[in-house]
Design a protein around this ligand. Structure first.
Ligand SMILES: Cc1ncc(COP(=O)(O)O)c(C=O)c1O
Length: 425
């Protein structure tokens, strides 16, 4: 371990091979998708072509469209392609660094649309913590709506929570813990009736839901075919097979996209309008997403989703056979909530970690994201580990009912632990 306090720049600079050797050694300690021990992550090993395209176009800056007009054109195509997946023929938007930035950008646009005075956002308890960050940044009031027994936002309670201060509703299409899809149809009607901005967070589900039916599984309406939907987050670096960083915020149309616009005068390529929070952004990501979309095509994404769903259902079934363990709910996409009757989620995660497995920890369960780097052969040893843990804990055959919560363990740091002005119903 290096002593960070005494670190300084190498006097003469290192030889390239020494730099590479040291980096290879140092970074080998990280988890890798190739090892298939990463079970909790919503990202995966990217499509190989997409990854090599990223490396090839590193100098492109999508934040300076005058200097890189071809990259800008490519981005417009990528937006149109993702728009077409989400029934958004007129969709506009930008590639961003990920779901967090897309969600913050969406609420920024909603805030600008609403003007001063209205700053309340209605969202499900399962909403990603990026909305808490957005609330803190913009001094928004979050009203977190409890989930029903299918882990979806209760639309009736959402309607009751509306007030003259409300400016936006957020629905999640593929929740972070369990992949649950909120009743976006009902939320769309609410948004239309009350002239509210409706943002759909499909960071994970955006590349799953559009392919589920063709893959042989039920899907849900969540996209721009619903007239009340104003914007959608969809992340190519999750199920879109593109390398990190690649998130995307799509607006329904130009009129809404303009609420995210800022004009910048000093750019080398000439004055331009940016529709992102950040300025300089990787054009390499634009090219990489373009490559992934074109390489896979519709059939490729259907295959990715079908394989992931088959594996998910197989894994869920196998988990159900191990005494003392169960899945929280029938999977709706390739995410599984795994719970133990007699172990807390942190304890279970740490026992799995001792055996090399990395899962995501939520309050009542651990999440397994059944991503493309996994397979039955690679998951068999994981089931063995679960059996070994069950053996240590003794045979427990009945399980408590799911509680209806999908809560991330999140500890806000900073001003005494408050984020936004959360109001629990
Ligand atoms: C539903 C949802 N939205 C947003 C995000 C944030 O994405 P990112 O980590 O790419 O910022 C996540 C991440 O897991 C997510 O599950």
């Amino acid at each position: 371990m290096v002593n960070l306090f005494t670190m300084h720049l190498h006097d003469a600079g290192m030889e390239p091979e020494d730099v590479l050797r040291e980096l290879s050694q140092r970074l080998a300690e990280d988890s890798s998708f190739q090892s298939a021990k990463i079970l909790g992550c919503m990202c995966s090993a990217p499509d190989p072509l997409s990854a090599s395209v990223f490396a090839r176009f590193l100098e492109k800056n999508a934040g300076d469209p005058g200097l890189f007009p071809a990259t800008r054109e490519l981005e417009r195509e990528v937006i149109a392609l993702m728009g077409s997946l989400l029934a958004g023929e007129r969709a506009e938007g930008s590639l961003v660094s990920g779901g967090t930035e897309a969600n913050i950008l969406a609420l920024w646009a909603a805030r600008r649309r609403a003007g001063r005075g209205r700053r309340q956002v209605i969202l499900p308890e399962s909403a990603h913590y990026s909305f808490d960050k957005a609330a803190d940044l913009m001094d928004l009031e979050l009203v977190k709506i409890p989930l029903d027994d299918r882990f979806q936002m209760d639309a009736r309670l959402a309607a009751q929570a509306l007030s003259p201060r409300s400016m936006a509703i957020v629905g999640v299409a593929g929740s972070t813990g369990l992949g649950a899809v909120d009743p976006i149809e009902e939320l769309s009607r609410l948004a239309e009736r009350h002239d509210l901005y409706l943002h759909v967070d499909a960071a994970f589900g955006g590349f799953v839901l559009p392919f589920l039916e063709e893959a042989g599984y039920p899907s849900r309406l969540f996209d721009f075919s619903l007239p009340g939907v104003s914007s959608i987050t969809i992340d190519p670096h999750k199920m879109g097979r593109a390398p990190i960083p690649a998130g995307c915020l799509l607006f329904r149309d130009e009129g809404l996209a303009r609420f995210a616009a800022t004009s910048v005068s000093y750019l080398t390529g000439g004055e331009a309008e940016q529709r992102t929070l950040i300025g300089t952004r990787p054009g390499a990501a634009v090219a990489a997403v373009w490559a992934a979309l074109h390489r896979l095509g519709r059939a490729g994404f259907v295959r990715v989703v079908r394989e992931a769903m088959e594996l998910t259902h197989w894994l869920a079934q196998e988990i159900g056979r191990i005494p003392g363990f169960a899945v929280v709910t029938e999977p709706v996409m390739n995410l599984i909530g795994l719970r133990s009757l007699d172990l807390g989620s942190r304890e279970l995660a740490s026992l799995l970690r001792e055996r090399g497995w990395r899962v995501a920890v939520f309050e009542d369960f651990v999440r397994i994201a059944v991503m493309p780097h996994l397979s039955r052969t690679k998951l068999e040893p994981f089931l063995e580990s679960l059996r070994a843990i069950a053996g240590q804990k003794g045979d427990v055959s009945s399980l408590a009912l799911p509680s209806g919560r999908e809560t991330a363990i999140m500890t806000p740091k900073g001003d005494g632990g408050t984020i936004g002005t959360k109001k629990d119903l």
